[in-house]
Design a binder for this molecule. Structure first.
Ligand code: GTP
Ligand code: MG
Length: 480
């Protein structure tokens, strides 16, 4: 946790304590919920049409094959993958009861202990580091013939029936988003507060990048084509999707889940000198040899593991062994770009979103009918606390980004929220002495104040004013 999120957390806990000090009997239920909510991790729902590649992507992100990708019944229920130990599964029934089940080989079993129609969703607790920062929700495909699964997805994501809606969407599509994809995204937009937030809270994944355009054996590189296409989508659908990343999910899954062994790399390296045409047009005879000692059936197994693209282009890196092959697969698959985008856009930002939500709950309580008046005083004071100033920064950022996403002030606000320390906030080297940091903070606060006075556009003016306060707070803190 960064310093500033720890400070925000403490400030909210203090507000809860102050509320309870006034009237614990009236406020306890809400303050206890708020305290617990500070431990939430961001919930990312992976959504898309049937067989779009959602579960494969979940596995690639978790770094383990946990989500089933075959036709077993578990692909038809929504599953939350959350951090926790001991590793275990649990189905949550529609009537709220919970039934535990054992994982099989670290993943979901073939069948569940309860008939599927009684299940609201499953929760799987895993010791995967990635899940410390985010809970991943694998959903059944949208637009299936049986609308039951689709309802389950809508419930999870859009938050009907009191199930908490996902915090953000990873929207997976193949080739191109179809009409119902766009409809779903619009619906998602309508449950978020503002149109700007809808885009800020969804990221597109163009999956099957390795077979984009049909075959990986032609002259064009499908992954390169898919990346171009992804950039186009992002431009066309910017209002609904923040950005779009092209991904070869199967390659990412194989490498990140450690499925590529030395033996596989050896085989692949052994195919280095086979002409591409022979590789592409492998005969149906499983035992015919492609290269000395390598029958077709082994090539088939490699294709199941890393796809035709991996078979064609992985032969070079495979000469250096399984590690080099896995590194190449990760790089080529595009999964790191997605991980970076998730980290920057969601995970880092979530501490602020969570704090804002907590304060909103407390504020509603303070203004509820019959609430003791001192609660309102406590809330008003909280808004002035420097530890909670990042919420103003977030607010200013969202308002300005909705109108002018590329304005330099957006980047400046973003830096304040993303910075891990004071030096980063001020774009100074990490070793800078506090006096230098303080001088820079003062200088920038003066600049922001001057700019605010002459700035005619309200959202920009607001951003300058917020930044003035950011740098003034910083200078005061450093001056002590
Ligand atoms: N070549 C290639 N195959 C992929 C990719 N992503 C997934 N697949 C394959 O596509 C099939 C479907 O993948 P899943 O991950 O199960 O798709 P899903 O969206 O979870 O499917 P449902 O849950 O049934 O809706 C599997 O056979 C995967 O191996 C990819 O990026 N490239
Ligand atoms: Mg699936």
């Amino acid at each position: 946790m960064s310093d500033s999120s720890a400070m925000m957390r403490r400030a909210v806990l203090e507000v809860c304590d102050a509320f309870d000090g006034v009237d614990r009997r009236g406020t306890g239920r809400v303050t206890d919920q708020v305290r617990r909510s500070l431990d939430d991790t961001i919930r990312l729902a992976v959504v898309g049409r049937v067989k779009a590649g959602k579960s494969t992507l979940v596995n690639a992100l978790v770094g383990r094959v946990v989500a089933p990708t075959s036709a077993v019944e578990c692909t038809r229920i929504t599953t939350h993958y959350a951090f926790g130990g001991p590793e275990r599964g649990e189905v949550v029934l529609r009537d709220g009861r919970r039934v535990p089940f054992d994982l099989v080989g670290g993943g979901l079993p073939e069948s569940l202990p309860v008939p599927i129609e009684h299940i609201a969703h499953a929760v799987v607790h895993l010791q995967s580091e990635v899940l410390r920062d985010m809970t991943l929700i694998d959903t059944p495909g949208l637009a299936t013939t049986t609308t039951g699964h689709e309802d389950a997805t809508r419930r999870t994501v859009l938050g009907h029936e009191g199930v908490r809606a996902a915090d953000a969407l990873v929207y997976v599509f193949r080739d191109m988003p179809l009409r119902d994809d766009m409809e779903f995204l619009r619906e998602w937009g309508s449950v978020t507060d503002t149109p700007g937030q809808a885009a800020a809270r969804s990221i597109g994944v163009l999956s099957h990048a390795d077979t984009f355009g049909g075959t990986p054996w032609g002259a064009d590189d499908p992954i390169a084509l898919a990346r171009d296409r992804a950039a186009q989508f992002a431009q066309q659908h910017g209002a609904h999707i923040g950005s779009v990343v092209a991904i070869a999910g199967n390659m990412a899954q194989a490498a990140r889940a450690g499925l590529v062994r030395e033996f596989d790399a050896g085989l692949l390296a052994g195919l280095a000198r086979v002409p591409e045409l022979d590789l592409e047009l492998r005969s149906g005879d499983d035992f015919a040899e492609l290269a000395p000692g390598i029958p077709n059936i082994e090539a088939k197994r490699l294709v199941d593991l890393i796809g035709e693209y991996g078979l064609r282009h992985g032969r070079g890196p495979a000469q250096q062994g399984a590690r080099a092959l896995s590194d190449w697969l990760v790089r080529a698959s595009g999964v790191d770009e997605l991980r970076r985008a998730l980290a920057v856009r969601y995970v880092g930002r979530y501490a602020f979103v969570k704090t804002r939500r907590a304060l909103e709950r407390l504020e509603r309580l303070a203004w509820a009918n019959g609430a003791p008046p001192p609660l309102r005083g406590i809330i008003a004071e909280a808004h002035l606390r420097p530890e909670l100033h990042p919420l103003q920064e977030l607010d200013a950022l969202e308002r300005l980004a909705a109108l002018e996403p590329t304005h330099p002030l957006v980047a400046m606000l973003d830096r304040q929220l993303a910075a891990r320390n004071d030096a980063e906030k001020l774009a100074m080297p990490p070793s800078s002495p506090p006096t230098q940091l303080r001088d820079r903070a003062l200088e920038w606060s003066v600049e922001a104040r001057r700019a605010a006075v002459v700035e005619p556009y309200p959202e920009r003016q607001n951003a300058y004013q917020v930044l003035d306060r950011s740098f003034t707070n910083l200078a005061l803190r450093l001056g002590r």
